[in-house]
Design a protein around this ligand. Structure first.
Ligand code: UD1
Length: 388
């Protein structure tokens, strides 16, 4: 059975890596009569910088992609169309039994859409990992990507109960939905101890629990001067009591220059030396370095849903900013988090075994479509040994 796994942008890599590992484990432990699963890794090239892509392949021990589409940046329409145009011949050539797409980036929707329109004979089973999450804000490109990908996928693997409810509300048949946990948390658990040894922490001369970590990259937050300034003003109080480390996304760095906001930042290499707020700009970090920085931060402020989930798993206070959050609200949320002594509960099934469950369910689904033996032997529960 051939499984085509698509990655494209930074948040895909840590969600897909455990799937490839679980496929290898499945093959090593599979019952004699069960067909092996053959993964084909496709990188669309939506992210292509060494820091945004290559560093993650190294840190997560991802194999080199079998296919690199090199689609690159562009407007949403141009990028999505370019990925689709380059992905179609790959799909026709590889003829996989299943297509696995993860998360909510343009690559996710583009590849699912290509597969969904193949003739029924050619069409692979489309599996969406991290299905059902909703912000209920359709001005977010990711929200459109999630809704549409879920509508054209056959198997929807969800990370939390609210996603099951969202999909039910949208009319997705229950038998397509599988609550399996969070593959991003699988990666976190697999690499947590290695992250302790990362260099970034020492290099930046940070002290455990005495600094804040900031990430901002969403267009709605950084493309409009007013929204960006509102967030920066919301951070000024925190920056007066803590060092605020800001690994900057390439799009955000570009916007800081274009909007003339350099005075809020100080730069590692002296590129920025503003005194207004003193937020410390650093390079985008690799997976292990960022995990290390997150683990020992006093607080994380972010506009990334993924980082919000990772801080939940690590028990680190986190404030998530949205484009319409006023600076007073951000300050208040930061004060509340700094004063809080309660620890958040780790959500159900975020136990580091999500990918194993997914591969077990997928293998069983494919086997039932193309049985290699007339009936499943009694002890065949083994095939799902990794499953729930
Ligand atoms: C994408 C995802 C977003 C995710 C984010 C993580 C979509 C719609 N958005 O947003 O959900 O949270 O990735 O980073 O898919 N750029 C580089 N080098 C790169 C990649 C991008 O310089 O390797 C710059 C380019 O100027 C590019 C801009 O960043 O135009 C935006 O990249 P793009 O992939 O379009 O969206 P992200 O903002 O990264």
């Amino acid at each position: 059975m051939k499984l085509l796994v698509v990655v494209g942008a930074r948040p895909n890599f840590m969600k897909a890596a455990p799937i490839l590992k679980a496929i290898a484990e499945f093959n090593a432990c599979r019952a004699e009569w069960a067909e092996p699963l053959m993964p084909v890794l496709v990188h669309t090239g939506q992210h292509y910088d060494a820091q945004m892509s290559d560093a993650f392949f190294a840190d997560l021990e991802l194999p080199r992609p079998d296919v690199f589409l090199g689609a690159g940046s562009g407007s949403h329409a141009a990028q999505t169309a370019e990925i689709m145009r380059r992905f179609e011949p790959v799909l026709l050539r590889e003829q996989p039994d299943a297509l696995i797409v993860v998360g909510d980036v343009n690559s996710t929707l583009a590849c699912a859409l290509v597969a969904s329109k193949l003739s029924s004979k050619m069409r692979p089973v489309i599996a969406h990992i991290e299905a059902g999450l909703r912000s209920l804000d359709r001005s977010m490109p990711e929200e459109i990507n999630r809704i549409l990908t879920d509508q054209i996928s056959d198997l929807l693997f969800v990370t939390e109960q609210s996603a099951v409810r969202n999909l039910r509300y949208e009319g997705v048949p229950g038998e397509q939905v599988h609550f399996v946990g969070n593959t991003m948390i699988d990666s976190l658990r697999q690499h947590e101890s290695r992250a302790e040894m990362s260099h970034a922490f020492q290099h930046l001369a940070l002290r455990h629990g005495e600094y804040a970590l900031l990430t901002l990259h969403r267009a709605a937050n950084v493309d409009e001067g007013d929204s960006f300034v509102e967030i920066l003003e919301g951070l000024s109080e925190l920056a007066s009591s803590h060092r605020v480390m800001f690994p900057v996304h390439p799009r955000t760095e570009k916007q800081i220059r274009e909007l003339g906001l350099q005075s809020y930042f100080r730069g590692e290499s002296g590129k920025f030396n503003g005194s207004r707020c003193g937020i410390e700009i650093i390079q985008p970090q690799g997976y292990l370095d960022f995990l290390g920085l997150m683990k020992h931060a006093r607080i994380v402020v972010t506009d990334s849903g993924g980082i919000q989930e990772e801080t939940t798993a690590l028990g680190i206070p986190c404030v998530t900013v949205r484009d319409n959050t006023r600076h007073e609200t951000i300050r208040r949320a930061i004060r509340t988090q700094l004063a809080s002594t309660s620890t958040r509960q780790i959500p159900e099934m975020w136990d580091g075994r999500a990918a194993a469950r997914i591969v077990g369910i997928l293998a069983e689904h494919l086997r039932s479509r193309h049985p290699v033996v007339p009936a499943m032997p009694a002890e065949s529960g083994q095939i799902q040994g990794n499953a729930r």
